[in-house]
Structure formats: C-alpha cells, structure tokens
Design a protein around this ligand. Structure first.
Ligand SMILES: Cc1cc2nc3c(=O)[nH]c(=O)nc-3n(C[C@H](O)[C@H](O)[C@H](O)COP(=O)(O)O)c2cc1C
Length: 369
C-alpha cells in the first residue's frame, strides 16, 4: 500500500507533496456571468493547507455548457484575472490546483441558459423530474465543443493553474457521448461502443497534444469518469472496462474515479468479487495513476483507498472541516470535526443562510455534479 504522505510526480512533471487531494466540489458562489467571487477564492484558500492539490469544482467551457446558477466559467478571457487571484491564493498555501473543465450537456435547463435550449449528443431527456429535451448537436458543434475544452485548458495555463481535469463523470456532456442512453447518434459520434468512445478519444488527443506542442512543461491533464449508470440502456462495467483500457493507452497524467463510496460494489452480476475501485485499478494495469474517492473520513479510509489507487480525493470531509488534511497528516484524527459535530437540520437558522450541514444536503441530493 502507498503511504499517503509520499509525494507523487505526474508524467508531465508536476509533483504533489502528498497523495491527498480536495475532490472537485462546486459551490454555486460565482457571479451571474461566471466570474469567481471573493467567496470562491476564500473557499479554496481555506482548504489548501495540507492537501497535495485541489481540483476545482466544474467550470463551463462554453456558455451553453453552464449547469447551474452560480457556476464559474472558463469560456472567455474575462475569467482569467479572477482565476489568477484564486491560483495565487492556493499556491501561497503550498498546494497545486487543477481546473475541472466541464460542459453540462443535457444536465441543465433553459432557465440557467437564459432561455436557450440545452445542447447534447441526442435529443433525449435525462431520466430525472423536470428534465428538458435537449437539442442534438450538429457535427460542427461537436468539433466546436472539443475546441472549447482545448481553449479552456489554455486559459487555465494563463490563470496559473497546474493542470486541468476533463469532467467525463456524473452524467455530464463527455459521459453523455459515451452513454447509450444519451447518445443515439448514427453518425461517426454514435452507434457502436467504439463510436460512442469517439468523442472522448478526440477530446483527450486534442487537449493532450495541444498542451504538449504549445503549452508549458509541468502542466498536467487528468480525466474523471463514472463507472456505471442506472438507466437502461446505460453505461455498465463492461463499457467502463473498454473505456479504461483505451484511456490507459493515452498520455493522460491521471484517471479519477467518481463515486460516493470507496467500497461500493458494481450493479453488474459479473463484477461482484471486489469493490468497483479494485476492478478499475486492475483495468488500468499500472499505466496511469488513479485517484480514488468516496466517503473518506478517517486515516483508515485513506489507507483503504490507497490499496486500489495511487491518490485519494476527499470531498465532504473537507467541506465540514477545512483543516481535515492538516489534522490527518499530523495524526490528529481525533480533532477532526465530523458530520456528528454539525448542527442537526432542525437547528438550522434559515435567516442566517443555513448551516454547512444544510449546504451539503442542499447540494447533493438532486444534482449529479
Ligand atoms: C457539494 C458538492 C459539490 C460537488 N461538485 C462536484 C463537481 O463540481 N465536479 C465533480 O466531479 N464532482 C463533484 N462532486 C462530487 C465530489 O467530487 C465527490 O466525488 C463526492 O462528493 C464523493 O466524495 P466525498 O464522499 O468525499 O464527498 C460534488 C460533491 C459535493 C458534495
């Protein structure tokens, strides 16, 4: 098992001082136009001491990629100045910071998009209450979207980030191209499993090649994915095995699993012998480092994660206690503030804006991130 206090160096040169990362967690605190607020900056700065790196919450690469009110954008140069203040604040605390590049696809609505219809691989609504039917992208829009991810990566460089993470998880656009539920296309971008992978293939190649040719040294590219969907048809572990066995042959710097329980088992009968994370780690076969995640609270949870991954991402525990990583590194687990220490829901002071506990609950149940 890897020691979480050990540094790790990625293929493109960035070194993390330890294996603990802050998992991407959007907070809906940016201005209406996608520019980050001082609250966004303080939120990350307060959690930066201790962790090897922060992965930001999702930032949309195109105006129609916006997933919710208060989302930060990365589709225009106007965002760079605010984001530079964010990266400076985090670097001053000794952590690296990666920007999560995002497009919501059909997982948004026309209210968030100022009246526009959401854009997706196919005109198929998500299976959730109130979901709108999106418009299917034209072939030109597919290519424009790949270009938008690339431009987002270059703005991240300008803004002082150490890397980008392609948000291929949690049912958003990149995953929508891979999913047989949301991708019913019959052109080169859909149909067979190979064609559903085509968008990811082009996206990863476009961004990594552009960074290698025109970007600086020491700027990394990671990829986040969800292993399974619950819809039928939907992504199952067989599809994910295909995905990972192709992604492991790319020059990505890391892969990042998205899951809410590090010990979770698959919904497929054929994959019941061990947790999903163990299967994923096997599929990768040591070719690219993996970030594991899902309900990490204790040092034991970190150690368990690192039996099947090279790094551990921590979300909710860092929301509840911004000093979680420092306390964990110092062996002071007993001083960590936990869910049990938070006020119960019936103690919530709504006039004062609610408690952190309410915030966590408000953010989680109806959204996929
Ligand atoms: C408030 C909140 C916001 C989140 N936002 C994102 C996001 O923007 N991008 C993403 O990939 N995952 C997002 N997630 C998922 C987390 O990164 C993480 O995978 C998940 O919460 C499980 O880890 P945890 O149990 O340590 O919180 C979010 C989770 C929470 C609780």
């Amino acid at each position: 098992m890897t020691d979480f206090k050990e540094p790790i160096t990625f293929r493109r040169g960035v070194t993390l001082k330890n294996r603990l990362l802050m998992s991407p967690m959007t907070t809906e605190m940016s201005f209406y136009n996608g520019i980050v607020t001082d609250n966004d900056i303080r939120y990350y700065e307060n959690r930066a001491a201790g962790v090897g790196a922060i992965i930001t919450g999702a930032m949309n690469v195109a105006p129609l990629g916006k997933g919710w009110h208060g989302a930060p954008g990365i589709f225009d140069d106007k965002f760079i100045a605010g984001l530079k203040r964010l990266t400076d604040a985090v670097h001053a605390k000794g952590a690296k910071i990666f920007l999560q590049l995002h497009h919501a696809g059909r997982m948004t609505n026309s209210a968030v998009l100022w009246g526009a219809q959401p854009l997706a691989p196919s005109a198929v609504a998500a299976e959730r209450p109130g979901a709108e039917v999106p418009r299917a992208m034209t072939a030109e829009e597919v290519l424009d979207t790949i270009e938008a991810f690339k431009q987002g990566a270059f703005r991240a460089i300008e803004a002082g980030f150490d890397g980008v993470e392609l948000h291929g998880a949690n049912t958003y656009l990149i995953q929508q191209f891979f999913s047989p539920h949301s991708n019913r296309r019959t052109d080169e971008w859909g149909g067979t499993l190979e064609k559903r992978y085509h968008f990811i293939d082009r996206l990863v190649a476009t961004v990594t090649e552009a960074i290698d040719q025109e970007g600086p040294r020491d700027f990394i590219v990671g990829y986040r994915f969800s292993p399974e969907e619950y819809e039928t048809p939907g992504i199952r572990m067989d599809d994910t095995e295909y995905l990972i066995k192709h992604l492991r042959e790319t020059t990505l710097d890391y892969l990042h699993l998205s899951m809410n329980d590090l010990r979770r088992k698959s919904v497929s009968d054929a994959y019941q012998e061990k947790p999903i994370m163990a299967y994923i780690h096997e599929f990768i076969a040591g070719k690219i480092p993996l970030i594991g995640v899902g309900g990490i609270q204790t040092t034991q949870d970190v150690d368990d994660t690192l039996t099947n991954a090279e790094m551990a991402a921590v979300g909710t525990s860092l929301l509840i206690d911004p000093n979680w990583a420092e306390k964990t590194l110092a062996g002071k687990g007993d001083m960590i503030r936990t869910r049990a220490d938070l006020p119960q829901e019936d103690n919530v002071d709504r006039d004062a804006g609610g408690t952190l506990w309410e915030f966590v609950h408000h953010m989680r149940p109806d959204k996929n991130y």
